[in-house]
Design a protein around this ligand. Structure first.
Ligand code: NAI
Length: 480
C-alpha cells in the first residue's frame, strides 16, 4: 500500500514540540505517511501575509485533503485574520468534533464518568468575521446562520452518533432571544432529528445547558452547538474532563479534514519541554481513523492510555511529582508502550475502514414567495431626544414608506418610549410600506434614503424588511 499523503504544519509556541512528539509516535506506531510540511502562523504573518498562510501552502492542502496542524499564534488586533478560521472556511470544514473524555482516576477530574463529544458548527455565526464600525460609539459584528450550514453540521452530528454508538444528541441555542438565527439552527435540528428515530434528542437554551454541562457532564452524550457557543463550551468540557491539554479535535468537510489539539500555542510554556502533547497525539489518532489506518490508530491510542494508566503526567495534569515528565520523556513512555493495552481503562479497537462519512449534500429548497414590506434605516446621530429625531424622520417620509418606530440598541424609543432608556448615537428607524397591498420596491427605498439625506440625517446602512411565504423575516423591536 502506498503511503498516505498528509500535510503537516508545526505552528507556533509549543506547536513544534508537540508536533515533533506526534510525528515521532506516528512513525514508531508504523503509520505509512507521506508528510508534506507547510509553514503557517507567526513567521508568515511577520512576512506581511495577513492570512498567516502562504498561497503555495494551499497546493499541498488541496492535494492531500488531510491536514495535521499544531496550534498557531493569531496576532491580536486589526489587519490580521485568524488562520484557523481561514483554513476551516476555505476548505469547507463545516463540523468540528471534540471528544471530551475523563481518564479517572489517572487524570484528576470531578467527573469520573464523563464521556461526551461536542460537535460545533465551524464556518459561520459570528466567525464570519464581518465587522464594521458604524458610528463614534457603536461597532457591529454580523451573525450569519445559514440553512446549508445548519443542515450539514446537524446531519453530521446524527451520522456521527450512529457510527459511534452514541445514543443522544443535545442541541443548545439561544433561540429565546435570537429567534431567527438561533431559531433556524433549532428548527433544522428538529427537522433532521425526525429522520433519526433511533437517536434520542433534546434542546436546551445554551445558558442553562452550559451550566449543566459544567456541573453534570456525565449526563451528556453528543452536544451540537452553533460556532461561538461550541467554541466556548468545548473548552469548558475539555477542562472539566481534566485539561485542555488532553483534547484532540477533527474539522470535517467536503474538501478535506483538519486535525488539531483544541488548545492554543501556550506561549507561556513554549520551549520549556513542559507541554502536554496528548491533545495533538489524540488528534492524530482521529486522523489515522479518518484515513483508514484503524489498527495503527488503536495501537497509538492504547499506548497512550497505558502511559496515562501507568501514572505518567505532564505539568498541566500533575498530581504526583514523582511521575512528572517533560514533553520528550512523556512521548518516549508512549513509544515504549506501543503494542501494550491498558489494563484498567477500556482498550480501543478501531475498524480498519475509514471513518469518513459519505458526503453530506445540501439540497436547496424551492424559493419562498418574498415580499418587500419595509426597511430599517440605520442612522448615526448625536440627537438625544428620540421624539425630535422622529420628527425629522417624518419629514423624510415618502408616499410609499412611513415611519413606524425608532429603536436604540434594539429597544423601542419612539413612539411611546420611556425617558429612562439610555440612547447611543446609533438609531434604527423602521419604515413600513404604506400603499396598495403594503408592498414596497427597491426604488421606494432609494427614494426614501435620498429624502433622509436631504433632511440632513446620516444613514449608515439599511436592511430590507421582507415577508417570506407571508412570514415576517425580521424581528420586532424590544417593547414594540
Ligand atoms: P492556550 O490554549 O494557548 O493556553 C491556555 C492555558 O493552557 C495556558 O496556561 C497554557 O500554558 C495551557 N496549555 C494549553 N495547552 C497546553 C498543553 N498542551 N500542555 C500544557 N498546558 C497547556 O490559550 P491562550 O493563551 O488563550 O492563547 C495563546 C495563543 O494561541 C493565542 O495567540 C491564540 O490566538 C492561539 N490559539 C490558537 C489555537 C489554534 O491554533 N487552534 C486555538 C486557541 C488559541
Amino acid at each position: 500500500m502506498n503511503p498516505t499523503p498528509i500535510t503537516v504544519a508545526h505552528g507556533d509556541g509549543i506547536g513544534p514540540e508537540i508536533m515533533e512528539a506526534t510525528l515521532f509516535l506516528l512513525r514508531e506506531a508504523g503509520a505509512r505517511l507521506d508528510v508534506g510540511i507547510i509553514e503557517i502562523g507567526q513567521k508568515v504573518y511577520e512576512r506581511g501575509e495577513t492570512s498567516g498562510i502562504a498561497p503555495t501552502a494551499w497546493d499541498s492542502l488541496r492535494k492531500t485533503h488531510v491536514f495535521l496542524k499544531a496550534p498557531i499564534m493569531t496576532p491580536q488586533g486589526k489587519g490580521f485574520k485568524s488562520l484557523n478560521v481561514t483554513v476551516r472556511k476555505s476548505l469547507g470544514l463545516y463540523a468540528n468534533v471534540r471528544p471530551c473524555v475523563s481518564y479517572h482516576p489517572y487524570v484528576k477530574t470531578l467527573h469520573p464518568d464523563m464521556n461526551l463529544v461536542i460537535i460545533r458548527e465551524n464556518e459561520e455565526d459570528l466567525y464570519a468575521g464581518i465587522e464594521h464600525r458604524q458610528t463614534d460609539e457603536v461597532m457591529q459584528c454580523l451573525k450569519l446562520i445559514t440553512r446549508p450550514g445548519c443542515e450539514k453540521v446537524t446531519r453530521y452530528a446524527f451520522e456521527y452518533a450512529l457510527q459511534n454508538g452514541r445514543k443522544r444528541v443535545t442541541c443548545m441555542t439561544k433561540d429565546n432571544i435570537m429567534k431567527l438565527t438561533d431559531g433556524l439552527f433549532h428548527q433544522v435540528f428538529d427537522e433532521i432529528a425526525a429522520e433519526y428515530p433511533a437517536i434520542k434528542t433534546d434542546h436546551m437554551i445554551v445558558d442553562i445547558g452550559a451550566a449543566r454541562l459544567a456541573d453534570t457532564p456525565e449526563k451528556f452524550d453528543v452536544v451540537l452547538l452553533p460556532n461561538l457557543y461550541g467554541d466556548i463550551l468545548s473548552d469548558v468540557a475539555a477542562q472539566v474532563a481534566g485539561s485542555v491539554g488532553l483534547a484532540g479535535s477533527s474539522n470535517i468537510g467536503e474538501h478535506g479534514a483538519m486535525f488539531e489539539a483544541i488548545h492554543g500555542s501556550a506561549p507561556d510554556i513554549a520551549g520549556k519541554d513542559m507541554a502536554n502533547p496528548s491533545g495533538l497525539i489524540l488528534a492524530s489518532v482521529m486522523m489515522l481513523q479518518h484515513i483508514g489506518l484503524g489498527k495503527i490508530a488503536s495501537r497509538l491510542h492504547n499506548a497512550w492510555l497505558s502511559t496515562i494508566e501507568a501514572g505518567y503526567q505532564t505539568a498541566d495534569i500533575m498530581t504526583n511529582k514523582d511521575k512528572l515528565l517533560g514533553t520528550r520523556e512523556f512521548t518516549k513512555e508512549v513509544a515504549f508502550r506501543l503494542g501494550s493495552l491498558p489494563e484498567k481503562m477500556a482498550a480501543v479497537d478501531y475498524p480498519e475502514a475509514s471513518t469518513q462519512l459519505k458526503p453530506i449534500t445540501y439540497v436547496r429548497q424551492q424559493p419562498a414567495v418574498k415580499e418587500l414590506v419595509g426597511v430599517d434605516v440605520f442612522l448615526h446621530s448625536r440627537e438625544t431626544d428620540p421624539s425630535t429625531l422622529a420628527g425629522r424622520l417624518q419629514t423624510a417620509e415618502t408616499d410609499a414608506l412611513k415611519l413606524q418606530m425608532v429603536t436604540n440598541r434594539g429597544v423601542k424609543v419612539w413612539p411611546n418610549g420611556i425617558p429612562e432608556t439610555f440612547c447611543t448615537d446609533h438609531w434604527r428607524c423602521r419604515f413600513m410600506a404604506s400603499h396598495g397591498n403594503k408592498v414596497a420596491t427597491n426604488m421606494d427605498i432609494i427614494a426614501l434614503l435620498q429624502r433622509v439625506d436631504e433632511v440632513g440625517l446620516d444613514f449608515i446602512k439599511c436592511e430590507n424588511l421582507c415577508h417570506f411565504d407571508e412570514v415576517p423575516g425580521f424581528a420586532l423591536g424590544q417593547g414594540q
